[in-house]
Ligand binder design. Structure first.
Ligand SMILES: Cc1ncc(COP(=O)(O)O)c(C=O)c1O
Length: 454
């Protein structure tokens, strides 16, 4: 692994007292040993400042899809910076790399999703989709058609608007836009199914959508936003047929369907995009980020349909939305090189096989006493831990079960992400069978270890 070895952990941690970490318990972080300094990465592995080699079980943050240290992407970024370090895509300016990436995304995206707005994060992609649809409805003379339907358990980002679309649990003690977003029921069958069959549960979710449309009025609702599989809300796979049925109700009511594919795109579920190939429907907008560049550069894309674009490009209005770094040359170069690598190495296709093996390996943990549910698909998995397997009683927050398990796994060479009573695994898509087996073994040992000391 090509890394610096002369890094002093203490020096980094001293400097780091000036850095505010994201989604962190800032009080806990004041304690020594609560932070890990990552200094190098290659392939599916990262290395910390103490010299420990760890399997990157969270793929950076659901994003290092092709793995770390890929020369092809690093070289493409360098070449781009040497040719054109920066120019914006504002006004009448453009540049070859952003144009080529937009064309490539239009080719990969399903249906009539042919127009691309670039941003620099998943949050911005979601904000952009909402702003574009609000403007679209203004253009159509429907100024009241603005509300957004989201869901309990959703995660759509951290800007003031995206956090309003996110499940309320993510903004405890924080503010968000009021009155704009309505949260539909969670699609989590195992927790919310309540004696229903999965098909009945799906019916109930569709009814919830219909009732909400009736109550709020379709003339007031711009869009429904949904992750194909909820990620940071706990890796929740909806019941069979859910997305296509929800999409049909939306279409019948002239409500746009925004698929938040920030996590699920670029091979994580075995396809470039999951909406059509995995869930059988074509949304009106797909938002993506993360795996778009495999994290080598910050970049997001809001991919909109020809129909939406036709309305917002009619004479008599302006596209008054833009970020300086939209379509940044280095980020666009990273996106193109990343996609080229995925195509050359058939990474999404291979992920259909290795991702299934990964999924099944994790499902094998279901026999353990404190494992309540193992859920997810391919390289997007969550394991929920329970105090009582029969009643599904949760651990209390003070048990810090996820955190204890993540620490036990890290001690054994695996980074996993704790989320309350859940461990999330979203590794690189290039894991070998041996590494997948190793992850299964580490998790089994870690769970046994933590269980013994409960
Ligand atoms: C589904 C989903 N949407 C949006 C976001 C926000 O992306 P970003 O953190 O790049 O703003 C995330 C981040 O994890 C996500 O998982």
């Amino acid at each position: 692994m090509n890394i610096k070895t002369d890094i002093s952990t203490d020096a980094v941690l001293t400097a780091d007292t000036h850095l505010i970490q994201s989604f962190a318990d800032l009080n806990l972080l004041k304690q020594d040993g609560a932070r890990t300094v990552i200094v190098g990465a290659e392939g599916a592995m990262v290395r910390d400042s103490e010299g420990n080699e760890l399997i990157d079980g969270i793929g950076g943050l659901w994003c290092s899809n092709v793995g770390h240290g890929r020369r092809e992407i690093i070289d493409a970024i360098t070449k781009q910076l040497n040719e054109l370090d920066f120019y914006s895509t504002f006004y009448n300016f453009t540049h070859p790399t952003a144009a080529a990436l937009a064309e490539k995304l239009a080719e990969l995206a399903p249906g009539q999703l042919n127009k691309v707005y670039f941003g620099n994060s998943g949050s911005v992609a979601n904000d952009s989709a909402v702003r574009i649809l609000h403007h679209y409805n203004n253009r159509l003379g429907r100024p009241k058609k603005k509300k957004i339907l989201s869901r309990i358990g959703a995660y759509h980002g951290s800007t003031h608007l995206a956090i309003a679309m996110t499940t309320p649990a993510y903004s405890v003690g924080w503010d968000h836009v009021e009155g704009l977003v309505h949260h539909l029921k969670s699609p989590h069958y195992w927790r919310e199914g309540d004696g229903m069959t999965e098909a009945e549960f799906c019916d109930a979710l569709v009814e919830d959508l219909k009732d909400t449309i009736e109550r709020l009025g379709a003339e007031n609702i711009a869009a429904f936003v949904a992750e194909p599989i909820q990620g940071a809300g706990g890796v929740v796979v909806p019941p069979e047929g859910y997305h296509a049925r929800m999409a049909k109700v939306c279409a019948d009511n002239d409500i746009k369907y925004i698929a938040d594919e920030v996590v699920t795109a670029f091979g994580r579920l075995g396809h470039f995009f999951a909406s059509q190939d995995v869930f059988g429907h074509t949304p009106d907008i797909i938002n993506t980020a993360k795996g778009l560049t495999s994290g080598y550069q910050p970049l997001s894309a809001t991919i909109v349909s020809d129909e939406i674009h036709e309305v917002i490009s009619r004479p008599g209005g302006m596209f008054l939305h833009g970020m300086t770094y939209s379509g940044h040359p280095a980020a666009a170069a990273a996106g193109l090189a990343n996609i080229a690598l995925m195509e050359k190495e058939q990474i999404p296709e291979k992920a259909r096989v290795t991702g299934k093996l990964f999924e099944n390996t994790l499902r094998g943990l279901a026999d353990l006493d404190i494992v309540g549910e193992v859920r997810g698909s391919h390289f997007m998995m969550g394991v929920e831990f329970v105090r009582d397997k029969e009643t599904r009683e949760s651990f209390a927050p003070e048990d810090a079960i996820g955190l204890k398990l993540a620490r036990a796994a890290q001690k054994r060479g695996l980074i996993a992400r704790p989320l309350g009573n859940i461990l999330i695994l979203s590794p690189t898509l290039i894991l070998t069978e041996a590494q997948i087996g190793q992850i299964g073994d580490i998790l089994r040992e870690s769970i046994a270890d933590v269980s013994r000391n409960l």
